[in-house]
Write a protein of this length. Structure first.
Length: 303
């Protein structure tokens, strides 16, 4: 009973802290949730909630209604930034956490507005970390890396809502209902903070394009001992004509370093491919047939 009471107290405390800071938003024909993240009137939601709309309305559980406009959207991360017309009427912002600190089995609380039911709270655990969520913007495709998988019940309308840890820190933005008993959230981490900052400053996110697809793979023991590296990114595809192909990268290469920084997964590469990397020589070190190979790629802008 004590454990149940402790669990209940934690969930109810998080709910009391977060619920009033998550709005139900209606953007044209779309609807979902949005989280207040800054006292200047900034809210975060999903790009798919916003769609092509430029304006909408945010409704809070205390009855407050505020008009919002779209500052910027990034379909390739499924994030969008809104700004309230009357920021003084908004509740205090949530505290943002860091999804990098999450562990499987950890308690998380989802707050949103599923099926039009404002201020709904569900709780569960982190079921898995490091999931990949395919996204697309026009002809450009990308994978949102390090997506959080949770068993907290999510339904239509939860998208754009908050996923919080036991200390009421928002560690994810709920983004998809993947199936019964399965929910996904875009993590709040260094990369997503950077995306949000770019949307606030420029209304869009400029990305560099390399042209590789890969998955984490272990480094052979002899190399791992010599270089202190346990994992790398095994290339499953190198897009023809891409900067990676022109640099000489090949399917089967095990990428160890990009930009002289160690990488272990696709997220490690993607976090380097923002606007400032466009047109700038990018050194890449790979393990190929037991030998270290260095190449230099010049990323182009992702259109």
């Amino acid at each position: 009973m004590d454990e149940l009471d402790s669990y209940s107290r934690t969930v109810s405390t998080v709910a009391a802290e977060i619920t009033g800071k998550v709005a139900a938003v209606r953007m044209g024909r779309g609807s979902g949730s949005a989280v207040v993240v800054d006292s200047s009137g900034v809210l975060i939601t999903n790009a798919h909630v916003v769609g092509e709309s430029r304006r909408g309305r945010a409704d809070f559980v205390d009855g407050t209604q505020v008009d919002v406009r779209v500052v910027g959207t990034d379909p390739l991360s499924d994030l969008a930034v809104l700004r309230a017309a009357a920021p003084d009427e908004l509740p205090a912002p949530v505290q943002l956490g860091d999804a990098e600190e999450l562990v499987v089995g950890q308690l998380v609380v989802a707050v949103g507005n599923p099926l039009g039911l404002a201020g709904s709270v569900t709780a569960g655990v982190v079921s898995a970390l490091g999931r990949a969520l395919p996204t697309r913007s026009g002809s450009a495709g990308r994978v949102v890396e390090d997506v959080i998988q949770t068993d907290a019940a999510l339904n239509p309308g939860n998208s754009g809502g908050a996923l919080a840890d036991s200390r009421a820190r928002v560690v994810g933005i709920n983004t998809a209902v993947a199936g019964i008993g399965l929910g996904l959230a875009v993590p709040v981490n260094t990369t997503t903070r950077r995306i949000i900052r770019a949307l606030l400053e420029d209304g869009r996110v400029r990305r560099a394009y390399l042209g590789v697809v890969g998955s984490p793979a272990p480094v052979p023991a002899a190399v791992a001992d010599r270089y202190g590296r346990r994992n790398g990114l095994r290339l499953a595809d190198v897009i023809g004509g891409s900067p990676a192909a022109q640099a000489g990268l090949r399917v089967g290469d095990l990428v160890l370093d990009v930009g002289r920084r160690p990488v272990e997964d696709a997220h490690g590469v993607q976090r380097l491919l923002f606007g400032e990397a466009i047109g700038v020589p990018l050194p890449v070190t790979v393990l190929r047939n037991g030998a270290m190979v260095d190449v230099v790629a010049v990323p182009t802008e992702l259109g």
